[in-house]
Ligand binder design. Structure first.
Ligand code: DGY
Length: 427
């Protein structure tokens, strides 16, 4: 098969996966393992949906924002339909929402995704109409972040649960999670292991702490004015902050295009403050950004992909150049790009979720940043490596960086969406 035909087949398969997981006005990441709407999945998936149906892409994000909380938070999962194949379900979260949701959030890619949808729209009047209904909600969410996850005005927000980062069992959280008490833990039963290989998933000890944090926040009535200070787990993740900074900056651009001057100004100010604070997370020793554990006021000894995601933000050129050289170094110890942890780290585990495997959405965010900063060769390498993984192993949730083995769930929606983007860039 020639390259064009192979790409066409890959693209068609990606479209099929988007269809397979489409539930009408939202998309599930994959049936079985994740049967609801996830926050950052949906926003990134909308970027892929735009290739086939612009209206449907806007709807994906609008559905998510219909479940925004009164305080401004956009929850990490919306439980549109009950499905007892997932734990923890609505009864465990008990957030009291009309349509049940979880009580924590996820990486705020909405501003980034909304600008992409708007700038590339073929139907500009539809885009103007849909974007106008979204921007106030995204602005409120950004405001919520700085009010409730940075209550002491450092310029950087903390995550209060590993699930907020999206990188659930990263080595970055090990020390902070160890400090989470589990003495009051109520009995529970995991469901993820019915759908995925236990060797690819977080451990039981990690789940105990994930669930303990949920129980603590629930006991505080999901009151975000209390949760940050009350949480024993609060970590400042450079990747998470970079996503927020880029989304603030992109929302400011979108607001300018829509004539919403106040939203534009507020978000420009947030992005500038975040960017200058992000500099405090730079580690000369690691040659990248690292996490800061706010509970104990210490940097985290882990040079993960979380410290490379800042390539996405408008960081200074010399920082982008250092991150590019860091990725070149990483590529020497694994077959494919970009591992979530370095293979030389004794805690590295190439198949276990976020402790080594490659995730295409991360590749996409990092490549997008390097495209803007002009590192075109690296962009090309990241995209080629990503497509090679698909050619070898299909549309998995994540991949072993050494063997390319598909891990976690299969027929995965955001992997398909990212493939559509990479193929578009190749064309
Ligand atoms: C899970 O259930 O594994 C999810 O990552 C939580 O968002």
């Amino acid at each position: 098969m020639n390259t064009n035909n192979a790409q066409k087949t890959m693209y068609e398969r990606a479209v099929e996966i988007l269809d397979l997981n489409d539930r009408g006005n939202y998309t599930v990441p994959t049936s079985g393992l994740y049967p609801f709407q996830w926050n950052w999945d949906s926003c990134l998936v909308s970027i892929g949906q735009q290739h086939v149906n612009e209206a449907r892409a806007w709807t994906e994000m609008q559905t998510l924002f219909q479940h925004q909380w009164d305080d401004g938070m956009v929850p990490h999962i919306v439980f549109h339909e009950l499905d007892d194949g997932y734990f923890p379900g609505p009864d465990v979260w008990a957030t009291g929402r009309p349509v049940p949701t979880t009580g924590i959030t996820q990486p705020p890619v909405a501003g980034f995704a909304a600008l992409k949808l708007f700038e590339r729209a073929k139907d500009s009047s539809l885009a103007r109409q849909r974007a106008s209904t979204l921007i106030a909600g995204i602005d409120r969410w950004h405001e919520w972040f700085y009010a409730h996850r940075d209550p002491h005005n450092t310029g950087l927000v903390a995550i209060i649960h590993p699930w907020e980062s999206g990188r659930d069992n990263s080595i970055d959280w090990d020390a902070a999670l160890d400090r989470v008490p589990i003495d009051g833990l109520q009995p529970y039963q995991r469901r993820d292991l019915q759908h995925a290989d236990a060797a690819h998933r977080p451990t039981g000890a990690q789940y105990d702490r994930f669930v303990s944090l949920v129980q603590l926040f629930r006991s505080l009535g999901w009151d975000n004015s209390q949760l940050h200070d009350a949480s024993p787990f609060k970590v400042v993740d450079p990747g998470f902050n970079a996503i927020l900074i880029r989304s603030c900056s992109d929302l400011a651009k979108l607001a300018d295009l829509l004539g919403e001057d106040e939203i534009a100004e507020r978000n420009r100010t947030r992005a500038a403050a975040g960017l200058s604070a992000l500099e405090s997370l730079w580690s000369e020793a690691a040659n990248q950004y690292v996490c800061f554990d706010r509970a104990v006021n210490a940097f985290v000894d882990s040079a993960s992909v979380g410290g490379l995601i800042p390539a996405l933000a408008p960081i200074p050129a010399h920082r982008s150049a250092s991150l590019a050289s860091r990725i070149n170094t990483l590529s020497k110890s694994t077959g494919y790009l970009i591992p979530s942890h370095e293979a030389t780290d004794s805690r590295y585990d190439p198949k276990r979720y976020w402790r080594g495997p490659i995730w295409l959405i991360v590749n996409y965010l990092i490549a997008d940043g390097f495209r803007v900063s002009g590192h075109d060769d690296l962009v090309q390498r990241i995209e080629a490596s990503s497509l090679e993984l698909i050619a070898q192993s299909g549309f998995a949730e994540y991949y072993d960086p050494d063997s390319a083995e598909p891990c976690g769930g299969s027929t995965f929606t955001w992997t398909a969406a990212m493939v559509m983007e990479f193929l578009r860039n190749e064309r």
